[in-house]
Design a protein around this ligand. Structure first.
Ligand SMILES: CCCCCCCCCCCCCC(=O)SCCNC(=O)CCNC(=O)[C@H](O)C(C)(C)COP(=O)(O)OP(=O)(O)OC[C@H]1O[C@@H](n2cnc3c(N)ncnc32)[C@H](O)[C@@H]1OP(=O)(O)O
Ligand SMILES: Cc1cc2nc3c(=O)[nH]c(=O)nc-3n(C[C@H](O)[C@H](O)[C@H](O)COP(=O)(O)OP(=O)(O)OC[C@H]3O[C@@H](n4cnc5c(N)ncnc54)[C@H](O)[C@@H]3O)c2cc1C
Length: 672
């Protein structure tokens, strides 16, 4: 029945102030208000409908994305939306688009410009009153990856050879594998690209540098001479990421002016002299750090959507246990359902808070860069790489788990989960393969351990290594389940586990004559040590959040329950690490599990309200199973009839292919 809230009884059970929790989730009252207003604006505008997205053929799908992008652009201008509001608009339109790379790039290039003030190209254009980076009339993409190399950035093959005669670079794709491959927005829309290429002057290879290159005419949008561009083909899933034109790009001796090199770490002079500035070369990698922190911030949004759908549906769905003609049991009341679902709900909150913290850390490093302070770059790189890896892996796995938690109906596109998974899962690969990124964290950890004896004190997220002696010896010496709720106990357990795993790796590497050989041989252990370190960061940032003043009846208590679930679930999942490193006994591990079960029971009455606190509209969720009112079955039934296959009783092709077959069989049967 329309207008009935089938989840009303669930909502009445809440033991906390949901409106205050909405503000905690959004980050501030102001952020909540902006988010609430823009999400409703999008939901109520038929121009942003996404109902038929999974059924459209690619060309129509892509055209529709272009229409939506232009429409969004017009709204931004007509309604004078601020940057914050426009960003929310992009989020709630909920369609990956060519515009995403442009959006991200605009911000990170601003950073490079601001930091270096060495970017001659920008200076020249500013003098002319032009814009340093294409904005409204031009679109940019980030062309780093090639057909042959993605992770190994130093292995890229595109060349930028300086010609002092003409004061130009000649950009060339010397091999098939040097073709740029994957950049989003490149295939059909971008007019400009930041291209990573090997810089060559006077026959000498100076490694990878970045260049801004115009790709298409601003008149007729055709590729410029010497440039070949196309889309790389259909990707995983219906609709999903196929709204983006990931592209291929080749250069045939394309000439660009010298000052289109992004000269933030090095410069080429008019006479072709290569000058390296007194700044770390790694600054060239800063755009990746920028996008990674955004990906961490976005992970909680994707995971919370899936969790919201699975939680609401688990309260609606009933199976077994009817007694005396009464109702069957809601599947959310099965302990197995809780032990799969509630840690994901807790993870969504945990990722939200670690994302907020990472943004602050990133803002801090950008300010330091402008003051030429590079000291925190290695830590920020390790944090963004590690947390990108941890949150995207857990989110992709979590979305798939939510699909299974919804049983058969989760497999329908109308559940919203297949498309959400298909859109989300490449996050485990783009902006750095998740294993490659954890290996970067492991390098940072091994470096930290090797420097422990020196005067360099570990700070920031690695500060715990400073008390290594204690962490190597301490033992968990309490026996009661409730002891596991003490933040100091949880923190020490995660610190001891992370420290001991890193030290064990370092000791094992030292047994090899060549450390690089040892690192390669022990890579699988190193990845686990890196993960333990990253999990410690997430747990500790959740605990830090709880130390803040959090208003609202019962809000802090709910967050404490969620924090306990997040930490104890990890402890249960990685019990082998905690037992193996000797910090806890198996009896203590089983007591922790007892406490975890108690926390699930505490969370249960609040589950629906905790997902309501995400404040998602039905439009954004895009899921019949996750509808706010829980009116699932009539809507599922109704949606089935909208499938194109149901437009006729007899499908196309039946008379052409199946009928003759049936006739033939009938004839054969008659002959018998
Ligand atoms: C607003 C809109 C939001 C939209 C949401 C998102 C939509 C997203 C859309 C999708 C968009 C998708 C878009 C895309 O996918 S864009 C393509 C992304 N590609 C990658 O991420 C490639 C991954 N590979 C690498 O990052 C590197 O090559 C690795 C790390 C493997 C190094 O390999 P190698 O060992 O050969 O490197 P080296 O010798 O040159 O350098 C090593 C030194 O550099 C330090 N170092 C390394 N990296 C960084 C760094 N980043 N910041 C600071 N420092 C860094 C490192 O600690 C070491 O330092 P030291 O120990 O020597 O001191
Ligand atoms: C949807 C999508 C959008 C993208 N957008 C862009 C874009 O806008 N611009 C752009 O430039 N690129 C883009 N990319 C490319 C992306 O950044 C790369 O695909 C990514 O960095 C992984 O690199 P790769 O493909 O070379 O993987 P590979 O490195 O070839 O990975 C293959 C396997 O090898 C393993 N492996 C690789 N190296 C090591 C190692 N050292 N040790 C252990 N294992 C290793 C990996 O773990 C993985 O299992 C995009 C990719 C996707 C899927």
């Amino acid at each position: 029945m329309e207008g009935v809230d089938y989840l009303a009884d669930e909502r009445k059970k809440a033991q906390f102030d949901v409106d205050e929790m909405k503000i905690v989730w959004a980050g501030s009252r102001h952020a909540f208000e902006v988010s609430d207003r823009i999400s409703k604006l999008v939901a109520n505008d038929p121009g942003f409908s996404k109902e038929e997205r999974t059924m459209l053929p690619r060309k129509e799908l892509f055209k529709n994305t272009l229409r939506k992008a232009a429409y969004a652009w017009k709204l931004i201008i007509d309604l004078h939306l601020s940057e914050e509001e426009a960003e929310k608009l992009r989020c709630f339109i909920d369609e990956p688009a060519f515009i995403d790379a442009h959006w991200v790039l605009t911000s990170c290039l601003t950073l490079i410009f601001a930091y270096a003030k060495l970017l001659l190209w920008a200076q020249r254009n500013n003098r002319k009153g032009g814009c340093p980076w294409p904005t409204r009339c031009k679109f940019g993409c980030y062309a780093q990856t090639e057909l042959g190399h993605g992770s190994n950035v130093r292995g890229l093959e595109t060349t930028a050879t300086f010609d002092p005669q003409t004061d130009e670079f000649v950009i060339h794709s010397p091999t098939l594998t040097s073709s740029k491959w994957w950049p989003g927005g490149l295939g059909k829309v971008s007019t400009h690209a930041v291209v990573y290429a090997r810089l060559i002057t006077d026959g000498k290879d100076h490694g990878i540098n970045a260049f801004i290159i115009q790709l298409r005419s601003l008149e007729d949008h055709k590729p410029l001479p010497g440039i070949t561009i196309g889309d790389i083909g259909t990707k995983f899933g219906n609709g999903a990421y196929n709204t983006v034109d990931n592209g291929v790009l080749r250069f045939d001796h394309v000439r660009i002016p010298r000052d289109q090199m992004l000269m933030s770490v090095s410069q080429v002079t008019k006479v072709g002299k290569y000058v390296q500035f007194d700044v770390p070369r790694q600054l060239l990698y800063v755009p990746m750090v920028d996008v990674r922190q955004t990906i961490v911030a976005d992970a909680s949004t994707a995971l919370s959507r899936a969790v919201c759908i699975a939680t609401r549906y688990s309260a609606v769905r009933r199976q077994f246990g009817s007694q005396n003609g009464g109702q069957e049991i809601q599947v959310i009341d099965y302990k197995t359902q809780q032990s799969r679902l509630f840690p994901l709900l807790a993870s969504a909150y945990a990722f939200r808070f670690v994302g907020e913290w990472l943004k602050r850390l990133y803002t801090d490093v950008t300010q330091r860069l402008q003051a030429k302070d590079f000291s925190t770059v290695p830590e920020v790189h390790a944090c963004t790489a590690g947390l990108k890896s941890l949150t995207t892996t857990a989110t992709a796995d979590g979305i798939e788990e939510c699909r299974k938690l919804c049983g058969g109906h989760g497999y329908l596109c109308s559940s919203g989960l297949p498309e959400l998974f298909a859109i989300y899962v490449p996050a485990c690969t783009y902006e750095g393969d998740n294993i490659v990124l954890l290996l970067q964290v492991a390098r940072y950890l091994m470096k930290t351990v090797s420097q422990l004896g020196s005067r360099k004190k570990p700070v920031g997220t690695i500060a715990y290594m400073g008390k290594l002696e204690h962490l190597m010896q301490c033992r968990f010496d309490v026996e009661q389940a409730k002891d596991w709720l003490k933040p100091s106990v949880i923190l020490e357990a995660f610190e001891a586990r992370a420290a001991r795993m890193s030290v064990a790796c370092a000791q094992n590497i030292s047994k090899f004559d060549n450390p690089e050989e040892g690192f390669a041989e022990l890579a699988a252990d190193l990845v686990e040590a890196a993960l333990a370190h990253c999990q410690l960061i997430v747990v500790s940032k959740f605990i830090e959040k709880l130390q803040q003043d959090i208003p609202g009846k019962g809000v802090k208590q709910q967050l404490e329950v969620l924090c306990g679930i997040y930490a104890l679930f990890l402890l249960h999942k990685h019990q082998g690490d905690f037992l193996g490193t000797g910090y806890i006994t198996s009896k203590q591990a089983s007591v922790a599990n007892e406490q975890l079960r108690a926390l699930y029971s505490q969370l249960r009455p609040n589950a629906i309200s905790l997902v309501d606190a995400f404040n998602y509209t039905d439009h954004f969720l895009g899921s019949i199973l996750g509808r706010y009112d829980g009116n699932v079955y009539p809507k599922l039934y109704e949606a089935a009839w909208k499938d194109p296959l149901n437009e006729s009783d007899v499908p196309d092709g039946f008379h052409e292919y199946i009928r003759p077959l049936l006739k033939q069989q009938l004839l054969q049967t008659a002959r018998l």
